[in-house]
Design a protein around this ligand. Structure first.
Ligand code: ZN
Length: 155
């Protein structure tokens, strides 16, 4: 399960609206415990792909290391990644799967239709490595100050 505050949930969806018609991407920092990726911070990352930024995304290794280091200072690990799919469903693509290497991490995809964020889905990368990795549908739970709400039911 992916757990995050309504502020973070809205922030990563808004990021996709801001970069439309290009993809946005970012890193989720938090604590992974008992099958739950508890997100405490969402870090925006630059989209380093200039060849086709509308359907490809990438975070440079240097940027990723920097984010990881900053997270550790705060006692947080990388628990996931997010990106947007401009005018495309919130489902992972073969490219997304090929470029996913962090087993145990949540891969969040937001569909942005004509500039407006619609469905947000999360996929957990399971397995032990490249040979048997797989994406599993993952529940997103948004924490609204003191209350719980389940979003994305429109999918
Ligand atoms: Zn994608």
């Amino acid at each position: 399960m992916l757990l995050l505050s309504s502020e973070l949930y809205e922030a990563l969806r808004r990021h996709g609206e801001e970069t439309y018609p290009h993809e946005c991407c970012g890193v989720l920092l938090g604590i992974s415990e008992d099958g739950t990726n508890d997100v405490k911070s969402a870090v925006r990352a630059g989209n380093t792909r200039t060849d086709s930024a509308h359907n490809r995304y990438n975070i440079s290794p240097q940027e990723l290391i920097k984010i990881q280091r900053e997270g550790r200072v705060a006692g947080l690990d990388i628990v996931g990644f997010y990106h947007s799919h401009p005018d495309h469903p919130a489902q992972w693509s073969q490219t997304d799967f090929a470029e996913a290497h962090w087993v145990g991490c949540s891969y969040v995809i937001t569909a942005v239709e004509k500039g407006t964020a619609t469905v947000t889905n999360s996929f957990l990368l399971t397995g032990t490595g490249e040979e048997d990795k797989a994406f599993e549908d993952e529940k997103i739970e948004v924490r609204v100050t003191g209350k719980m709400a389940v979003p994305g039911l429109r999918s």
